[in-house]
Design a protein around this ligand. Structure first.
Ligand code: NAD
Length: 469
């Protein structure tokens, strides 16, 4: 919906007035809403979503179904199975010093929430958090990215059809729209995007002491040691890296491969690149495009800079501006201070560095910001344990990549530069929930004996309490 500037506050106020109505709905009402959203995604709008994503960056239909529609439906199914128990009053023990009382946690809605999403998985990363926000009983304003306008337009239609505006509203528009929305005193902001913009969001949130979830990005390493099944490892890495044309937050950003298997790694890469995308990936229906000219130029620049400084293109390297096409590309020996090794790549270029000892890998990974994901391909349990224990990352997948995103029983998110807070399943529900502590006194308790005026007897009671309870 294209709301004008001065209506954002009106919309916010309408949602604020409605927050207790929505916040006090039963789990059944919330599941009913989620099922309407599911119906819209699965039935009414499925083809429109596929067409919109194709128009935005030639996303293959299968990838749209698998990485946009399916994860949201799966999230709705998971939440629907568990919401009743998540909303139940959670009884907790009460210490003996508070004898005569009982205690519980009430999972209540935070209030009015803002979800700002990126362009790379627009349906998944807008509606995924929305499912958690609705499950927790919030009213929500959504601001999808301006870079995928066709998909945003379809999402706006879906939201308008499924929800009342004072419950969920989607606001389309440029960055300025996000900036205006960020001035409002939301109760929670869930932001998915780059660390740079994450800092802007957190700064704006601090004005109102709004809580934040920041799902950010960064450089996610892949470590391939000399014990891994190289053939399988490379096949999986190619899938993880070139899905969505490399524009995935948890895609492998660079590979650290044991020097003894470097040439084997390259041969396997060549074999599977051709098998997946043919000799000419630009004609392959399984391969997408870079989202816009700005990102195309950025990536082309990264490649040119690395090559001008003696990096070698081991495979791929073709770029075509008219179509924002960048061929799946493998680069060896990019200088450490090149853009390719310093910035999140977020595109289909994979630099490879070699190492000799596993300790070098740990030192290298730790010289960078904590990554959103870290992948290990190895059969050596000692290596796996050593890497996990001596590095920090939002998530790790061993002997595969990306799959950790799909398990709702695992929290998904980063750490520090790659994110604050978690999403998916119960963890996503908690981000949008205020865990209210409730203690109810039933009879006169021991603490009631300790009110002023204080004297020796009361001091002895306190001494006993400290000693025994
Ligand atoms: P981005 O940070 O440029 O934009 C994200 C959103 O913020 C968009 O909706 C945009 O309109 C808005 N925005 C941009 N500039 C803003 C500003 N100055 N003030 C307020 N809002 C602003 O990110 P992007 O290019 O859309 O997505 C790519 C980044 O997102 C990568 O870093 C990637 O790793 C990360 N990402 C993370 C996850 C995750 O789950 N952790 C998922 C997808 C993408």
């Amino acid at each position: 919906m294209n709301y004008s500037d001065n209506t954002y506050a009106a919309l916010f106020n309408a949602q604020k007035s409605n927050q207790f109505v929505v916040g006090n709905t039963t789990y059944k009402t919330r599941i009913k809403k989620l099922k309407s959203l599911k119906f819209a995604l699965e039935r009414t709008y499925k083809q429109e979503i596929r067409d919109a994503l194709y128009a935005d960056f030639k996303k293959p239909t299968l990838e749209t179904d698998l990485t946009e529609i399916y994860p949201v439906i799966d999230e709705i199914n998971f939440v629907s199975q568990h919401l009743k128990s998540w909303l139940k009053r959670q009884k907790v023990d009460t210490p003996i010093a508070l004898l005569g009382s009982s205690s519980w946690i009430k999972n209540e809605s935070k209030g009015v929430c803002l979800i700002i999403s990126p362009w790379n998985f627009p349906i998944n990363l807008t509606f995924g958090p929305l499912v958690s926000a609705i499950a927790a009983g919030n009213t929500v304003m959504l601001k999808p990215s301006e870079m995928t306008p066709n998909t945003s337009a379809v999402m706006a239609k879906i939201v308008k059809e499924v929800f009342e505006e004072n419950e969920v509203a989607l606001v389309e528009g440029e960055v300025e729209v996000s900036q205006e929305l960020l001035k409002l005193p939301f109760n929670h902001i869930f932001f998915t995007g780059s660390p740079q913009v994450g800092k802007i969001v957190m700064k704006a949130a601090s004005e109102h002491l709004t809580s934040v979830t920041l799902e950010l990005g960064g450089k996610s390493p892949v470590i391939v040691d000399d014990t891994s099944n190289l053939d399988k490892a490379v096949k999986k890495i190619i899938f993880g890296k070139f899905l969505n044309a490399g524009q995935t937050c948890i895609a492998p950003d660079y590979v650290l491969v044991n020097a003894s298997v470097r040439s084997e790694f390259k041969s396997a890469f060549e074999k599977y690149l051709t098998e997946f995308y043919t000799e000419n990936p630009s004609a392959s229906k399984s391969y997408g495009r870079i989202v816009n000219q700005k990102h195309f130029t950025r990536l082309k620049g990264y490649l040119e800079e690395a090559v001008s400084r003696n990096a070698s293109i081991a495979l791929g390297g073709t770029v075509e501006a008219k179509d924002n096409y960048i061929e799946p590309t493998l680069v060896f020996d990019a200088p450490e201070d090149s853009d390719l090794m310093q910035n999140e790549i977020f595109g289909p270029i994979l630099p490879v560095k070699t190492y000799d000892k596993i300790a070098e890998v740990v030192d290298y990974v730790n010289s960078k910001e904590k990554s959103l994901a870290l992948y290990i391909f190895s059969k050596n349990k000692r290596n796996i344990k050593y890497i996990i224990n001596n590095t920090r990352a939002g998530s790790t997948c061993i002997n595969h990549n990306l799959l950790q995103f799909l398990n709702h029983n695992l929290p998904f998110g980063g750490s520090n530069n790659s994110g604050i807070g978690k999403s998916h399943g119960y963890f996503g529900f908690l981000e949008f929930t205020n865990q209210r502590s409730v203690l109810k006194q039933h009879t006169l308790g021991a603490v009631d004996l300790l009110i002023p005026p204080y004297g020796n007897f009361k001091q002895k009671l306190v001494n006993l309490t400290i000693k025994w309870f």
